[in-house]
Ligand binder design. Sequence first.
Ligand code: PMP
Length: 384
Amino acid sequence: MCGIYLDYQSACPVDPRVQEFAGRFLGRDFGNPSALHSRGLAAKAALEEARAHVAELINAEGQQSVILTTGATQANNLAIRGAALRNAAKGKKLLASKIEHISVLNPMKDLKKGGFDLTLVPVDRTGVIDLVALEGELGQETILTSVMYANSEIGTVQPIKEVSEIVHEKGLLLHVDATAAAGKIPIDVQKDGIDLLTLSSNDLYGPQGAGALYVRPGVRIQPVLFGGGQERGLSSGTENLYALAGFGEAARLARLKRAEEGLRLQAIRDALIQEILKIDESYLTGHPTKRLPHHASFRFSRIEGESILLTMDAMFNIQVSTGSACSSRTLEPSHVLLAIGLKHEEAHGSMVITLGRENNSDQIPVIANAAKKTVERLRALSPL
Ligand code: PMP
C-alpha cells in the first residue's frame, strides 16, 4: 500500500534492522528465558541485552531498574496500580493531569471505585500542566502523581523537571508516561528526577507487544499480574522474546538516530504547519514550540475529524488521525481537546499528523493541498 502515511503515533513499521536482528528469536534462536538449559540461558542473555539498551536510552541507573512488559498499557497499569496498592497505608490520593492517556486515567478511575481519591490537574490552552494547581493539590496523603512527558494528541511537551521538583520537594512519587516522547526528545530519568517511567517499543520502530516500566532503585511497587514471577515478580508470564529483543535493538538505534531524525522531521513539520494554517478557520492545537518534533495537530471549524480522516484516506491515499491516536473509534469528543478549553463542536474537527521515517519534504505540498481540498469539500457538504 503506497500513499502517504502520517499516523506514526498510532503505529510504526518495524525497522528492517530490528526485524533482521530479532527475527531469529522467532525460529532458530527460540527459547524460554526462565529455562536453565543452554537454549534458555541464551534467551535470557538476549533479554538482558535488550534491557541494557532500554536502560541506556533513558539513562537509567542500571538495567535492573527496567521491567520489560507487553507494552505501554501494561506498564502504565503496573505503575499506577502497583504504586497505589503498595502505598495504600500511607494515603489514598492519586493525581494526574487532565490530558493523560486512557491507560493512565482508567486504572486511576478504577482505583477510585475501590476507595482511592482521584484529582485531575488542569492544563492551559496549549496543554501545559498548571504547576501552581499541581503544587496546591499535593499533600502527604498523595501516593502517586502521573504526568505524561508529551501528549500524543496535541504534541505538547510537559516541563517534567519542574513537575518532578515540585513532587519531590514534598517527598512524593512521580510516574511519567513517556510513550509518545521516547525516541523523539532526550529523556534522562536521573536528570529529570523520575521515579516510574513508561515506554513502548513500537513508538521506537520496534515490534508491537513490548514495552517497559522503569522503576527507580529503592522505589517499591506491587505486582498486578500473578504467575511465574518473571521480571522481579512484576511482570509474570513467559517473555515475548522476539518483541523484547526487537525493542532492545530499536532502543539502541533510537539513541543513535534521535537527534538527527528529530531535526529532519521538525523542518517538514514546521513547513506543514505553515501551509495548513493558510486554510480558512484552521488552528494549531497544542503548544506552538514546546511540542514533539514530528507532531502537527490542527482543528478546523464546522467539519468533523472522522470525515477529514476518511476523505484524506479515500481521495488522496493519505492516512492521518483524529482525536485520540489510540482510540479513534470512539465518537466522543477527545478529553484532551476539552481539557485545553475547546467546546464540544470545536473538539470534533481535529486532524493529527505524526511524521516518521518514510516522510520527506517533497510530500509537503501534496499533503497541504490534500488538506485544503478535503476541508473545502467537507465544508461545502456541511449543514453547519
Ligand atoms: N500512553 C500514550 C501516551 C499513548 O499514546 C499510548 C498509545 N500509543 C499508550 C500509552 C498505550 O500504548 P499501547 O496501546 O501500545 O499499550
